[in-house]
Design a protein around this ligand. Structure first.
Ligand code: ZN
Length: 359
C-alpha cells in the first residue's frame, strides 16, 4: 500500500520525520451516541457491524484520521472459548457473567482458536476494512496480551494468582494456548490486509500492582514476546501499556522509566502520558527504540474539556516529543463513549496547526 497517510504514519513508525505528525483516536465506536445506531453487543458477534461503525466514525469527522486502530470487544477470544458477558443498553461497560476457566483443571478446556472458524467474524472486520479503507488508510487490529486475557475474561485474577502460586504449570499451559491463538489470529489479520497489530498489556487492572518483576518476565513478557516475534511481517507493532490512577507500570515498580519496555519487540509504544510518565521523559528513555504514541488525555480533557484545552495539550505534547519525528498523537486508552464529536475534531485541528515539520 502507498498513500499519503501510509507514508506519513510509516515515517513516524520508523522514527523519521514525516510532513506532519500523524494522529489517531480510538474507542468503542459502535457504542458512540453521535453516530447512527450500531450495537456494541452485536459488533462482538458480527464483524460487519464493527467495520461499519468504524467507517461511520471516519466519515463523521471533519478531518481525515491518519491511522485507524480497530477496537473490538477486548475479550473476543474468551467469548469464543465460552465465557459469557452481559451488555446493557449499548453501554460500553460489559459485565462478566461466567468464565470458562473456574478451576485449575479448566485451563485444559482451552484450545487454539482458528482465525477462519471461531474468530471468523473478527477476521471479517479486517477484510471489510481492508477492502473499504485499507488502500488509503493504515489500520491495526487489537490483540490483548495472553496474561491480560487470562486475568480478565478467560479466567479471573483470583484463579490466576492462586494458580501462579500453587499450580504454575497449569496456568502456563493455558497461556501457551492463548498465545498460539494470538499468533494465528494476528498473522491472519496481516494476511487479510491489516497494517499491523495493537498489542495491549495491563488493561482491566490487577496486573502492575500484583506482580513483581520476575513474575512480569515469566508470565507476561515471555508470552508477549512469543506473539510479537511471530508477527514478523507486520509493518506496525504498537504496544499499548495500559494503566490507570490506581495502578500503572511507573507507580508500581518504576518499570516505565527504568526502560523495562525496551525488551518488547515492537516499533511503537502508547501509554497515558497525562497520568504517568510525561512525553518529555519517555522521549529521553525510549525514542531511540520506539515511535511514541501519546499526547491526548482520553479521560478528563477529551470528555469534559473544550477545544482550546485540547489544543494546548497537543501543542505541549508536540513540543515535548515531536522533535526529530517518531511521534504520533494518540490517546492513553479508549476514548469513552460520551466523548463529544467536537473534541475528536479539535485533536485533528490542533495537529494540523502545530504538527507540521519544516523539511
Ligand atoms: Zn488501555
Amino acid at each position: 500500500m502507498s498513500s499519503e497517510r501510509y507514508e506519513r504514519v510509516m515515517a513516524a513508525i520508523h522514527r523519521k520525520v514525516p510532513d506532519r505528525i500523524p494522529w489517531t483516536l480510538w474507542g468503542h465506536f459502535p457504542s458512540i451516541p453521535f453516530l447512527k445506531y450500531y450495537s456494541w453487543e452485536k459488533a462482538n458477534r458480527d464483524g460487519e457491524e464493527l467495520a461499519k461503525a468504524h467507517i461511520a466514525l471516519l466519515n463523521e469527522l471533519d478531518y481525515k484520521m491518519d491511522l485507524l486502530k480497530v477496537t473490538p470487544f477486548y475479550r473476543y477470544m474468551a467469548y469464543r472459548w465460552g465465557s459469557k458477558f452481559r451488555f446493557t443498553n449499548n453501554n460500553e461497560r460489559d459485565e462478566t457473567v461466567d468464565v470458562i476457566v473456574k478451576d485449575t483443571r479448566d485451563w485444559k478446556k482451552l484450545w487454539v482458536l482458528s482465525p477462519k472458524k471461531e474468530l471468523k467474524e473478527n477476521l471479517r472486520t479486517v477484510s471489510i476494512l481492508s477492502r473499504e479503507v485499507g488502500r488509503r488508510l493504515p489500520f491495526i487490529y487489537t490483540i490483548p496480551s495472553p496474561i491480560v486475557q487470562a486475568l480478565h475474561g478467560v479466567s479471573t485474577p483470583e484463579r490466576v494468582y492462586a494458580d501462579m502460586g500453587t499450580y504454575p504449570n497449569a496456568l502456563k499451559d493455558g497461556l501457551e494456548i492463548i498465545a498460539q491463538t494470538c499468533i494465528d489470529f494476528g498473522r491472519a489479520c496481516i494476511d487479510e490486509g491489516a497494517t499491523g497489530i495493537f498489542f495491549g498489556i495491563g488493561g482491566g487492572g490487577d496486573l502492575w500492582s500484583r506482580m513483581d518483576r520476575n513474575q512480569f518476565e515469566e508470565y507476561a513478557l515471555y508470552y508477549d514476546k512469543k506473539v510479537l516475534d511471530a508477527m514478523k511481517d507486520a509493518p506496525i507493532k504498537l504496544l499499548h501499556i495500559c494503566g490507570n490512577e490506581q495502578e500503572n507500570p511507573q507507580l508500581n515498580g518504576g518499570l516505565m522509566e527504568n526502560g523495562w519496555f525496551k525488551q518488547y519487540p515492537v516499533n511503537a509504544i502508547n501509554w497515558w502520558d497525562a497520568y504517568f510518565t510525561p512525553c518529555s521523559v519517555a522521549k529521553e528513555i525510549y525514542s531511540k527504540h520506539f515511535c511514541l504514541v501519546a499526547g491526548v488525555d482520553h479521560k478528563q480533557i477529551m470528555r469534559y474539556g473544550v477545544s482550546s484545552q485540547i489544543a494546548d495539550q497537543i501543542k505541549a505534547s508536540i513540543e515535548a516529543a515531536g522533535e526529530g519525528g517518531g511521534f504520533i498523537v494518540g490517546p492513553g486508552c479508549c476514548l469513552r463513549q460520551d466523548t463529544p464529536l467536537a473534541n475528536f475534531n479539535a485533536v485533528a485541528k490542533a495537529v494540523e496547526k502545530y504538527g507540521r515539520y519544516n523539511r
